[in-house]
Design a protein around this ligand. Structure first.
Ligand code: PHE
Length: 356
């Protein structure tokens, strides 16, 4: 390489090294390889070189062009990498920092119970189903084998919503989560295994009743389902939920229009002390039964092929019992002192391996 070419190489290397960012780098590139660049100029002048020198000069220029192009590309790559490194360093966050715990953000006991139920029934293979708060009287009553003038409709102190729905059915605020049984059976093929946590409404208001409250429904439909499955499922659930391995559980014959046979479920407790477990007294905790064949048929399921069980329980009730909460009303009053006392940390979600 002749001196002038060597000088250009040295000069360009120095300029590239001095280029601290992509903008400066581009200026160097243009100054060398651009239309008016120094190397481009030398190439243009090749025609003026004496014929006997032209070949050697041309080869040298080509070598230089290759070397400069490689150096320019390499500098670009290293500048881009440095820019990425700088960005990563600037955007770093420390995942080992402790969380900022604030008493302002706690999980309401009702939400906590729903999460615990999702964890417990989830482990038994149940999915979660939901339905609307405003139902129609067919899903809330009719399909569940509660005919028009059945006393159960009065028992439930229904809130009627003015006007009919698109199908000409009377709208109601659902009095229980059972209409979601109907929705689920109409919408999916058996086997079915769902729980339905949600809001429910009855025109009732005193220390132990609220016009809006929460229930969780359970529905299992499969082949060959028996009362034994119902009992095993609910005994397991109740013992795990209350954290008492030996919790006495009693099934007592009862009546619901949508189950046959029907059973009320009681747990053992001590009426005087309120303590759950022993004590010799019984406390009614939920309703259950084998899904009535008429309900299956109303929902398009052949009762000769499929059987199932269902249950329903009040979320507030089991929450009060589990945590010793004496009054129902503060559940809905948003009193920050009550919420701080009974709320749960959002950072310790209900998980089975820790027990719920
Ligand atoms: N829906 C009933 C109630 O609200 C509870 C229940 C659900 C009973 C499912 C049996 C089966 O009282």
């Amino acid at each position: 390489m002749t001196d002038d070419l060597l000088a250009l190489k040295t000069e360009t290397d120095a300029a590239l090294a001095a280029a601290g960012d992509l903008r400066a780098w581009d200026a160097v590139r243009v100054a060398v390889l651009g239309r008016n660049g120094s190397l481009t100029g030398l190439l243009k002048e090749l025609g003026k070189v004496a014929p006997e020198e032209r070949r050697a000069r041309g080869a040298a220029l080509n070598d230089l062009k290759e070397a400069l192009t490689a150096a320019i590309d390499a500098r670009r790559a290293s500048l881009e990498e440095a820019a990425l490194e700088a960005r990563l360093a600037g955007e770093r966050m420390d995942v080992t920092l402790p969380p900022r715990l604030s008493p302002a953000g706690l999980v309401h006991p009702i939400s906590r119970t729903m999460e615990e139920m999702a964890a417990l029934f989830g482990a038994m293979g149940f999915a979660i189903a939901e339905g609307p708060d405003i139902e129609d009287d067919w899903r809330n009553f009719g399909a569940l084998n509660i005919p028009a003038h059945h006393p159960a409709r009065q028992d439930m102190d229904t809130f009627y919503v003015p006007g009919l729905d698109a199908d000409g059915r009377q709208r109601v605020l659902r009095t229980h989560t059972s209409p979601v049984q109907v929705r689920t059976m109409l919408n999916q093929e058996p086997p079915i295994r769902v729980i339905v946590p949600g809001r429910t409404y009855r025109a009732d208001h005193d220390a132990t009743h609220s016009p809006m409250f929460h229930q969780v429904e359970g529905l299992v439909i499969d082949r060959g389902i028996t009362l034994g499955h119902l009992k095993g499922c609910l005994i397991d659930f109740l013992r795990a939920f209350f954290g008492i391995d030996t919790l006495p559980v009693r099934f007592r014959s009862s009546y619901f229009p949508f189950t046959e046979p029907s059973m009320e479920v009681d747990i053992g407790w001590n009426r005087k002390t309120g303590e759950l477990g022993g004590g010799g007294d019984w406390l009614e905790i939920l309703g259950s039964g084998m899904v009535h064949p008429k309900v299956l048929a109303n929902c398009g399921i052949d009762p000769r092929e499929w059987q199932g069980f269902a249950f329903g329980m009040g979320i507030e009730r089991v929450t009060m019992l589990k945590h010793g909460i004496p009054d129902l009303r503060p559940f809905y009053e948003s009193d920050i002192r009550w919420l701080r006392h009974y709320g749960f940390s959002a950072l310790a979600p209900a998980m089975l391996h820790e027990g719920v």
